[in-house]
Write a protein of this length. Sequence first.
Length: 172
Amino acid sequence: MSAASLHASATSLLETWRPDTDADRSLREAMLAFLGSAPGGCLRAHAPGHITASAVVFSHDGREVLLTLHPRVGRWIQLGGHCEERDDTVADAALREAIEESGITELRLVPGLYGAQAHPITCSLGVPTRHLDLLFRIVAPEGAVPVRSSESTDLRWWPVDALPEDADVLLR
């Protein structure tokens, strides 16, 4: 478990990801170029930008998505956050973040990359940076009841066809 294993997992995920759109293909290439020049680019300490692990958590039947009202961003977004050196892979980081932020311990990660996004943000570093989000699809068990953590202003299930107007979440 190290910056090197996180870097290797991010690179492998992006190399095997076959996005459908030109915009996603361009983002994929930009992220691979970033990783090629940033051996520590999966850790928050890399101030110019860093890979983050996002979890798009769906209900067991795929009809709802769990979103957090993020206190720093001020909008409804997917769960997730920074990779940590204790995470072996970016997927491990996404699952850890989803469990920590939802309180649901029985989450199941669907293998492979669900998508990618890039966001300018001032995160916990306190300086403007860029989050290069690798997104993973995660499925909750039937009847899962989320418990809001201190990292969220609010946390709730939303129907995938009736998201709040200010939601910023990738749904495929």
